[in-house]
Design a protein around this ligand. Structure first.
Ligand SMILES: C[S@@+](CC[C@H](N)C(=O)[O-])C[C@H]1O[C@@H](n2cnc3c(N)ncnc32)[C@H](O)[C@@H]1O
Length: 221
């Protein structure tokens, strides 16, 4: 190209370099920024170290992030909480979608990833810790003022009593709100009746590796 700027299509989990004009093109600097956030090599290394904790070998795709952002609600006095933020691709999409940095709280158990999140998400409260301890992690003044909890932790891989610990922790800080959860399963990743939850599949996309659904779970009790 004449001006030596490379362009890429940003429409799925991989970014394809292309050489012609298109309104979906994003400039090189933006792609470099996205790659820096996604940090695929860190993600993959963590998967090798602990596949059950990571649940995926690559970060969520731009399309899946877009669906999650579209389902995220918050009122002017509320915050958004993301659990299992990984390398921050959903967090970054939330910011791009209009969530102010000082209204976003992300929780990540892996210390290196939490350090990375602090670097790439200026102004966001990044908490390194175990989401099962949420009431001890989320600042008191934010508890009960959470618009949406997004759970990126692979709950489907856990036994039911462990799933319950995460569900109870989310309900303790966001009573009655339920949570968004994404999963690669064909059906609900949680036995929702067992957990006294209503389940709704809000979105599905093949443009993720693997194809993924966004579920909304709401307490029925
Ligand atoms: C499937 S990855 C999702 C990463 C990112 N949200 C994305 O969509 O690319 C799951 C993430 O949950 C984190 N995680 C697993 N168990 C956790 C826990 N108990 N508390 C907080 N984070 C946890 C993992 O370290 C990993 O970063």
């Amino acid at each position: 190209m004449g001006n030596d700027v490379k362009y890429y299509v940003e429409d799925d989990s991989s970014m394809t370099e292309i050489l012609q004009s298109d309104d979906r093109l994003v400039p090189d600097a933006h792609v470099q920024g996205s790659r820096k956030v996604a940090n695929r090599s860190m993600f993959f290394r963590r998967w090798l170290a602990n596949p059950l904790q990571m649940g995926s070998i690559v970060p969520s795709s731009a399309t899946l992030c877009h669906h999650i952002v579209a389902q995220t609600q918050y009122k002017p006095n509320e915050v958004v909480v993301e659990l299992g933020a990984g390398t921050g691709v959903i967090s970054r999409a939330l910011l791009a979608g209009g969530v102010p940095a000082d209204r976003l709280i992300v929780v990540e158990i892996v210390p290196d990833m939490a350090d990375h999140l602090r670097r790439v998400l200026p102004g966001v409260l990044v908490i390194q810790g175990d989401a099962r301890q949420l009431p001890a992690l989320i600042p008191e003044h934010c508890q009960g003022r959470i618009g949406t909890v997004i759970c990126g932790i692979p709950l489907v891989l856990l036994p039911r009593d462990e799933q319950r610990r995460f569900i109870d922790a989310m309900d303790a800080v966001a009573p009655g709100k339920g949570f968004l959860h994404f999963s690669y399963c064909a059906t609900s990743p949680l036995p929702y009746r067992h957990h006294h939850l209503a389940a709704k599949r809000e979105a599905w996309t093949p443009l993720n590796f693997p194809p993924a659904s966004v579920w909304r779970y709401t307490p029925t009790g």
